[in-house]
Design a protein. Structure first.
Length: 433
């Protein structure tokens, strides 16, 4: 029996996994991971004192202890355990990646599939080399279908995550100007995301593809996929749809083989329509009735600061500050332009991980905002601040400086777009809106 198989027997008895001593549950299995600034081996005995059944460690200087399980490398052990667990499961696993809309699309798919199946979906943003194994190890015997989100900021990462999640079905929401630094430019982004198509091709998996997206069509053709289900706005797709209204919430019609269904979603942003169609397409593929699909969509309410419309005491705020890149920023501005409101304000924070393209891409966003005749534009962060002498708007180096301005100059009676990269923490501005 290999080390992984031995560890798996322990996992079967203690299937709750923890990597944080602040979140120890009774009888769990604690994995002592290392980070840039910490080594959880130091807290392994504490985890056991707090109720963990065992702690998986890789520090040979720790004392012999019946509840300390020594491995060569804790992270590798976690990943191999997840890979082995996945191999024991026969359920469909939908692998999902993309530059924009991953989490919203994942939540929409989960909401739809949950109308018929016991559905697991990645919690929060656990989509990396640690999060994907933790997600796979959360799959229990009664899970009937899983949606696993996979994020990446460099090539070969999606390929590696596919090796753990082993998706039977897959979806790339889109490819955009995200993580350009790590991927080495836009062509690198396409190559990296297409690793999901490569895995599906090699393992006879199904891909759900937005036929309106030329990049996805090009990437799927290069992968020579032969198990493909298309969705989009044209009638030749398995699922097609027409956006009817999006001010502020999305209403639409969708069709399959001539049957027309009217539906709505509690999402703002025309860019979310393709995410909704993806969820409908997957629901239909797995045998849900139109009523079940529509119920799932209607029952989804965003709570993750992605395209979330929030009414404050003074304004309507589009909370979309979980993350940002040039593609999603531009789409958010276009959506703001399309909405009917007497007064509009855009508050935008810096976009990260753009490498050499950073200055150019920030300037494009400021220029786009300047063309939209908004009542107010506030740009925050050092990259935007560098453009203060070239364009209209208020420019601040930090959210604190912007907060001081908003405190003295309150925004009232406006539709406000609040968007920026996660690291900008723009949620701290909400109390001033």
């Amino acid at each position: 029996m290999t080390h992984t198989e031995q560890l798996y027997q322990t996992y079967l008895k203690h299937p709750s996994i923890s990597t944080d001593t602040r979140a120890i549950t009774p009888d769990c299995l604690f994995f002592a991971l290392k980070g840039a600034n910490f080594d959880a081996n130091a807290f392994a005995l504490q985890a056991i004192e707090q109720g963990a059944a065992f702690a998986v460690v890789d520090d040979a200087t720790l004392p012999d202890h019946a509840q300390l399980l020594q491995v060569a490398d804790v992270l590798t052990a976690l990943q191999e355990l997840a890979r082995y667990h996945r191999q024991q499961l026969t359920i469909p696993v939908i692998g999902l990646t993309g530059s924009n809309g991953k989490t919203t699309t994942k939540e929409l798919i989960r909401a739809v599939l949950a109308e018929k199946f016991r559905t697991f979906a990645t919690k929060g943003n656990l989509n990396n080399h640690i999060g994907v194994p933790l997600s796979i190890l959360s799959l229990q015997n009664d899970t009937e279908i899983a949606v696993i989100e996979m994020g990446a900021n460099h090539q070969k990462e999606i390929e590696f995550l596919c090796g753990i999640a082993q998706p039977t079905h897959g979806l790339i929401t889109n490819v955009g100007m995200a993580h350009l630094d790590g991927f080495g430019g836009f062509e690198g982004v396409k190559k990296g995301k297409a690793e999901l198509y490569g895995y599906l091709k090699a393992h006879a998996g199904f891909a759900f593809i937005n036929r309106n997206n030329p990049y996805l069509l090009e990437m799927s053709a290069q992968a020579a996929l032969n198990k493909v289900v298309y969705y989009g706005t044209e009638k030749e797709n398995t699922i097609s749809g027409t956006l009817k209204h999006s001010d502020p919430f999305i209403e639409f019609e969708w069709m399959n083989h001539g049957d027309v269904h009217r539906a709505k979603a509690n999402l703002t942003g025309t860019y979310n329509f393709e995410n909704i169609l993806a969820a409908i397409c997957i629901g239909h593929f797995f045998g849900l009735e139109a009523k079940e699909i529509n119920n799932g969509l209607a029952n989804y309410f965003p709570t993750n600061n992605r395209s979330q419309l929030t009414k404050t005491a003074h304004n309507d705020v589009i909370c979309d500050f979980y993350n940002a890149n040039p593609s999603s920023m531009s789409a958010a501005l276009n959506n703001l332009k399309s909405l009917t409101a007497l007064k509009k304000t855009a508050i935008m924070g810096d976009m990260f991980e753009l490498g050499n393209a950073s200055a150019e891409q920030h300037e494009k966003i400021v220029a786009q905002a300047n063309q939209q005749q908004l009542d107010q534009m506030i740009f925050i962060g050092k990259h935007f601040y560098a453009l203060k002498d070239k364009y209209l708007g208020q420019f601040y180096e930090t959210p604190d400086a912007a907060a001081q301005f908003l405190q003295k100059n309150p925004v009232q009676g406006q539709l406000v777009l609040l968007k920026g990269s996660r690291g900008m923490a723009l949620e701290q501005l909400l109390p001033y809106l």
